[in-house]
Design a protein around this ligand. Structure first.
Ligand SMILES: [Ca+2]
Ligand SMILES: [Ca+2]
Ligand SMILES: [Ca+2]
Length: 330
């Protein structure tokens, strides 16, 4: 019989395996992946500073009209009614007598109040998400004891949703931004970051948290090929978004450079067809370096549409979250 922890980690590991990606809509697309992903280790502090780059609009190439994020399922951050609930244990994924993992349920947008208690506790809540949605998650400790770690993952090992995670130092707020790529059965999990991936005994009655999930409005930076931009993620769990409308049918590549700019980001990129609400591909390693920091994703015969590019960090080092992103035509 599996322990709750092993179930959690199993799913987590499965999710990480999915992250490697390949590509594209249409026939001839390309990408590389290495089949590996950096495990979700803990520790470190959330850089937590700096805002996401402000959207900067740019003129499109005239081949199609730019609609920006107008086709997003926009929702305002403010005034969202939050469903507030308290966790009910057991919810750590321990199989029940029927063999079903014990998982709580969280209604979104909402707040779940819970505790990482006893030591090494994990709290898992099933959630309902849809492709194209953009979610802001925060886990706010109720004392300086908890170093919150939040992960959102798709329980389906054949799904198209990579794990997203964020964490913070003891007493600080962990943040995660999640652009949902595909339909799935999702779980949000809370632990103490120091218990990830190896339990260290952290937890207890003072390790409380308020976990909040709110809809956010994507504010992508509009780009026109070819162009190179630089960016900096706001935290280890934050994403940056870019959008473009078509390339006149011309093949293209989007590459994120982290290693060559001495960033500590372990990048991952995904491309999402906004009106079709369909993920085109995800890549977490372009194979160009011994590590997995750089990524590349593209297509030879892109369909005319408006796309969202999601830039994420799957690493755990917040030292330098800057990066360079290249949009090039073939
Ligand atoms: Ca708990
Ligand atoms: Ca629990
Ligand atoms: Ca990577």
């Amino acid at each position: 019989m599996r322990s709750s922890r092993s179930w959690f980690l199993l799913r987590h590991a499965v999710g990480l395996g999915l992250v490697t990606g390949s590509i594209c809509a249409g026939a001839a697309c390309s990408s590389s992946n290495d089949g590996t992903a950096t495990p979700d280790t803990s520790m470190g502090t959330d850089s937590g500073t700096g805002a996401t780059d402000a959207p900067t609009s740019s003129t499109q190439d005239g081949s199609s009209s730019q609609d920006g994020s107008s086709s997003q399922d926009a929702a305002t951050d403010a005034d969202q009614p939050l469903t507030v609930a308290n966790e009910v244990e057991p919810n750590g994924g321990m199989p029940t007598d029927a063999g079903t993992p014990a998982v709580g349920t969280m209604v979104l947008p909402g707040t779940m109040n819970g505790k990482i208690d006893p030591a090494n506790d994990a709290d898992l809540f099933s959630i309902q998400l849809a492709p194209g949605e953009f979610w802001d998650w925060t886990a706010t400790p109720t004392s300086a004891d908890l170093a919150p770690h939040v992960i959102i993952f798709d329980t389906n090992s054949a799904g198209m949703n990579p794990n997203v995670a964020g964490f913070a130092a003891a007493g600080a707020i962990a943040k995660v931004q999640h652009f949902v790529l595909s339909t799935g059965t999702f779980i949000v999990g809370v632990r103490d970051a120091r218990n990830v991936p190896t339990p260290t005994g952290k937890g207890g009655p003072t390790y409380g948290y308020a976990l909040t999930g709110k809809r956010a409005t994507p504010a992508p930076i509009a780009v026109t090929f070819p162009v190179t931009k630089t960016g900096k993620l706001a935290s280890v769990g934050s994403v940056d978004l870019y959008t473009f409308t078509g390339t006149n049918g011309q093949g293209f590549d989007v590459a994120v450079r982290a290693a060559s700019v001495s960033s500590t980001i372990d990048s991952r990129i995904s491309i999402f067809d906004i009106p079709a609400k369909k993920v085109i591909g995800t890549n977490d390693d372009d194979g160009s370096t011994p590590d997995t920091r750089d990524t590349k994703l593209g297509g030879a015969t892109p369909a005319p549409s408006t796309y969202m590019v999601i830039v994420e960090n799957e690493g755990t080092d917040p030292t330098d979250l800057s990066y360079e992103i290249q949009f090039s035509l073939r």
